[in-house]
Design a protein around this ligand. Structure first.
Ligand code: 13P
Length: 245
């Protein structure tokens, strides 16, 4: 199972210190084979990496600039710079960035630049509430997968995170049956695109210690991308324990 903490635009040094309580958990036999990944803001990547480098925890970024080379892009960070911090993963295509105008084309460029740096990509896809209401979920997922992953070969370095936009930060989660259906559709679309059928698929959207036991029952889910609840080390540990027990 993958447990990915997406800290979004939160977090400081004290939060990192608290998070190191996960180091001992990650070393226990029971949890060793699972992946715990922290994605803090860019400014904390290096400090975070220095804190966890002797543990089983990995670090990831939350986005990058689409240009794979260095260049005159004020205020931006590309995959090369991210790699130099010790990060192993990168979240791309998050709906909070799509909402500010990030297109599938730009995301595809970012994916290619991350592949070039050998970063493992957590590619976020998911439908908005209006799209769900119009029964367009399948169409949206297919478009995001087809356009976002265009031209990718090294598919073993890509993880899909299914995050229904209406579920992010709202406390509302899909029914297990709906989640299974959408994840199976994602698998079918990937197979049609001739991408690996063994691709790991995570769920994200309001995951918390109270609902995770139920979500973890869904056999198609290979882990969780967690926003708000991951800022509390206690809740994050609780989520991991409840998913595995
Ligand atoms: P919440 O867990 O806060 O709903 O956020 C989910 C998310 O967007 C993770 O990427």
């Amino acid at each position: 199972m993958y447990f990915v903490a997406n800290w979004k635009m939160y977090g400081n040094k004290a939060d990192i210190d608290n998070s190191t309580s996960l180091i001992s958990l990650s070393k226990l036999k029971k949890y060793k084979k699972h992946k715990i990944i922290y994605c803090p803001p860019y400014t904390l990547l290096k400090t975070f990496y220095d804190n966890i480098k002797k543990s089983n925890i990995s670090i990831g970024a939350q986005n990058c600039h689409s240009n794979s080379d260095y260049g005159a892009f004020t205020g931006s960070i590309n995959a090369k710079l991210i790699k130099s911090t010790g990060a192993k993963y990168i979240i791309l295509g998050h709906s909070e960035n799509r909402n500010t105008g990030e297109s599938d084309l730009i995301i595809n460029k970012k994916i290619h630049s991350a592949i070039k740096e050998n970063l493992i990509i957590i590619y976020c896809i998911g439908e908005k509430l209006s799209e769900k209401r119009k029964k367009n979920t399948y169409k949206v997922l297919k478009k995001q997968l087809t356009k976002g992953l265009k031209g990718t070969k090294k598919f073993e370095n890509i993880i899909i995170a299914y995050e229904p936009v209406w579920s992010i930060g709202t406390g509302i989660i899909p029914k297990n049956s709906e989640l299974s259906r959408n994840i199976n559709n994602i698998k079918k679309i990937l197979a049609k695109l001739k991408k690996s059928i063994n691709t790991k698929i995570l769920y994200g959207g309001s995951v918390n210690p109270k609902n995770v036991r139920e979500l973890a029952q869904i056999k198609e889910i290979n882990g969780f991308l967690i926003g708000g609840a991951s800022l509390s080390a206690k809740k994050f540990i609780d989520i991991i324990k409840k998913s595995i027990n």
